[in-house]
Write a protein that binds this ligand. Structure first.
Ligand code: NDP
Length: 482
């Protein structure tokens, strides 16, 4: 058994397969973005470990299905309670692992992960099978657990994002093999410990550590899987989609975004500018971020004055310090990627309005561009860092046209005081979610997913339970049974 002490807490660095720690022969290094030092050597799985993990999930499937929604709900609720009781440990490890702000983890993000389990415990227990009569028969839609599910997650908000998928899969009766991202794999190892503490049967929840190329690719190609749920980039989704197609396994993909933040002249400009400056939170490593600021020409100067004042108040620094609002980027390779976007934009003639430089360690200055044209790379491609673009529009039609001018379609944010406009623009913006005068608040029963290269399928609420279930129609001739 191998472990590391991270932020004062012991974390297993092995796989978790069939209710046991499995070491494997190879390891990879995990660094903390806080100072770049190595904090753990984590097991690097491949085809052998993927096979062990899927076999364990497969073996656990009949027993987990037989427990039924109510039996599973008891364990899911216990797990939610344990997450809430372990907030300090989970937050400290996650903060060291990916540099999300510690206060935000402690106060909001980890509790949200617990809420995912609690919510799905309730939803699954009340997930009704539909009955009706037609054509002399009695009909029922039965929902059967689909079987072992692979969950592949990205490095940003790894704990919360993984529970967003793991909770509905388990609630629907599907054992899970989770492959976390190699840059932030530690908090998911703690989740494995908590499932054991909650009393989950062996094999119901498994963690396969390793790289995407080896562990991830071997996992998604496994013929015994019945579902694949992925969050990450569109490029990786295409590869996973090919593997899923080979085995005819349904898969969902929650992918990248390049959301517009649209500010109309009738908006509360203070609120809009504050929210725009807030898009630099978590160093912009947020798929749902409104990274394209689209502001009505008539309020351009008033907006920019407020926006710059709000950005000036940001404090870049150590994510453990309560005053920090912008934390370091996840990894030196990612910093180089973000900086590459900025340098190419400058070279292409996009106007750098502010920022544009590394700010020590893995910090990067909040950066704003006025692009030379809407087809600039900096407008069209997801940077996944603290880089925003600023464009103006004349009227509603132009705002909508600009909003819908990228291949992405994950989210949109609209600031307006008009109900009619909120409804019109909300309908017209091509995105899985549009927020009006707010951001990131989302009811757990609402559907979630993207349009275009931002995603396939929907998760959230019963939409996720549907994904992890095989729906069957049972039809019985009336009067033929007693
Ligand atoms: P990647 O697509 O690079 O990786 C995501 C996961 O897939 C990682 O665990 C990765 O492993 C794994 N992976 C990589 N290659 C393969 C493969 N061939 N087969 C199976 N698994 C593989 O995304 P990032 O981790 O860089 O995350 C950032 C992206 O995620 C951004 O585009 C962001 O917008 C998106 N995202 C979307 C969200 C949404 O809900 N829509 C939420 C959060 C992020 P490894 O880490 O080893 O590479």
């Amino acid at each position: 058994m191998s472990s590391a002490t991270v932020a004062g807490h012991e974390v297993s660095t092995d796989h978790w397969i069939g209710g046991e720690r499995v070491a494997g022969s190879e390891r990879f290094e995990v660094i903390t973005p806080i100072d770049g030092s190595v904090i753990a050597q984590v097991a690097a799985g491949g085809a052998h470990e993927a096979d062990l993990a899927v076999a364990a999930a497969h073996a656990a499937a009949p027993g987990w299905a037989a427990l039924g929604p109510v039996g599973r709900a008891t364990l899911l609720t216990r797990l939610a309670d344990l997450i809430d009781q372990n907030v300090e440990r989970l937050a400290a490890v996650e903060c060291a692992d990916m540099a999300m702000l510690l206060e935000s983890l402690r106060l909001r993000v980890i509790h949200r992960a617990a809420a995912n389990f609690r919510n799905y415990a309730e939803l699954a227990a009340s997930y009704e099978e539909r009955d009706w009569r037609s054509k002399g028969t009695w009909n029922r839609v039965q929902r059967m657990p689909a079987g072992p599910a692979a969950v592949i997650t990205p490095w940003n908000a790894p704990f919360m994002l993984s529970t967003w998928k793991v909770a509905p899969a388990l609630a629907a009766g599907c054992p899970v093999v989770l492959k976390p991202a190699e840059w932030s794999p530690l908090s998911c190892s703690l989740l494995a410990d908590l499932t054991a503490q909650a009393g989950f049967p062996p094999g119901v929840f498994n963690v396969l550590q390793g790289t995407g190329e080896q562990a991830g690719a071997a996992l998604v190609a496994h013929p015994m899987l019945r579902r694949i749920s992925f969050t990450g980039s569109p490029e990786t989704a295409r590869e996973i989609g090919v593997a899923a197609a080979r085995n005819l396994v349904p898969f969902t993909g929650e992918l990248g975004g390049k959301g517009p933040l649209i500010v109309f002249e009738d908006a509360d400009l203070d609120a809009a500018a504050a929210k725009a400056a807030g898009q630099y939170d978590d160093a912009g490593q947020v798929c749902l971020a409104g990274t394209r600021l689209l502001v009505q020409e008539s309020v351009r100067d008033e907006f920019l004055e407020r926006f710059h004042a709000a950005v000036d108040r940001h404090v870049l620094g150590d994510p453990r310090a309560p005053e920090t609002t912008v934390s370091p980027l996840i990894h030196p390779e990612h910093l180089a990627r973000v900086d590459g976007f900025v340098k190419r934009a400058v070279a292409a003639g996009d106007r750098l309005v502010r920022g544009g430089q590394p700010a020590g360690g893995l910090l990067y200055e909040p950066t704003l561009f006025e692009p030379r044209a809407n087809d600039s790379e900096i407008v069209q491609r997801e940077v996944f860092g603290p880089v925003l673009t600023f464009q103006t529009f004349a009227d509603e039609a132009e705002a909508i046209a600009l909003s819908n001018s990228t291949p992405y379609g994950l989210s949109g944010i609209v600031y307006t005081s008009s109900m009619g406009r909120a409804d019109r623009v909300g309908r017209a913006v091509r995105a899985g979610v549009v927020w009006v005068n707010t951001f990131l608040v989302r009811d757990l029963t609402a559907p979630f997913g993207g349009i275009g290269i931002s995603g396939l399928g929907r998760e959230g609420g019963n939409y996720a339970l549907d994904f992890y279930s095989d729906l069957k129609t049972l039809q019985i001739l009336e009067g033929s049974v007693r």
